[in-house]
Design a protein around this ligand. Structure first.
Ligand code: HEC
Length: 181
């Protein structure tokens, strides 16, 4: 019966289409080509050893980020951390911000292990790391979000309004703190 099926020219065409579709699906499933060995790393190695998307991230985290000018660095967040403010901050961080949502690098959980974190040196800030975060003022966070951190993967977000940045800063401050080691 299979012989009868494959002898027919039309059926070879169908088999060809199926193979082609399978190839396309497999390609998408395998993820973007990332060069030698990187695909293996990304798909299989994150997730082990607490370094996966849901891991704790690096803490304490070495930090050599440029300091904001004093007058900005010493500013405190002018907004109250109301539910609305936190919700707006969350929407911006997780989804709305252009050109790339913060979570792509900083992770859905703020642990610095987003999809694009691999290969970035220095690594994206781990907002769940109290030891590192307590050294960074609200004004500093604000200034880096607006201007980026030159020479690193952290882009400038020039289109955000002051109010939106302060909303995000409140959101960053509420990421759950990790266990003490
Ligand atoms: C393309 C990756 C990427 C995206 C997108 C990104 N970041 Fe970053 N971010 C980084 C990296 C890398 C660093 C580390 C920079 C450094 O060490 O100076 C960083 C650092 C930071 C810091 C630390 C500043 C400091 O003084 O230590 C803050 C705050 C921050 N990002 C906020 C954000 C917010 C908010 C967004 C979204 C609006 C965002 N980032 C989007 C990669 C990214």
């Amino acid at each position: 019966m299979m012989q009868g099926f494959t002898r027919n020219r039309k059926n070879w065409g169908i088999i060809g289409v199926i193979l082609l579709l399978f190839g396309m699906v497999a390609e998408v499933w395998a993820g973007p080509p990332l060069g030698h060995g990187r695909r293996y790393n990304l798909r299989h190695h994150q997730g082990h050893h607490g370094q996966g998307f849901a891991g704790e991230g690096i803490c304490p985290q070495g930090r050599v980020t440029v300091q904001a000018p004093d007058d900005i660095r010493n500013q405190t967040n002018p907004l109250e951390p109301s539910r609305e403010v936190l919700y707006s901050g969350e929407s911006l961080f997780q989804v709305d911000v252009q050109p790339a949502a913060c979570k792509i690098c900083h992770g859905v959980n703020g642990n610095g292990l987003g999809l694009m974190a691999q290969g970035l040196n220095p690594s994206p800030r781990n907002f769940t790391c109290e030891e590192t975060m307590k050294e960074i003022s609200d004004g500093q966070l604000f200034w880096i979000i607006r201007n980026g951190s030159q020479g690193t993967g952290m882009p400038a977000f020039k289109d955000l309004k002051d109010r939106e940045i302060w909303q995000i800063v409140h959101y960053l401050r509420q990421f759950p703190q990790p266990r003490r080691r």
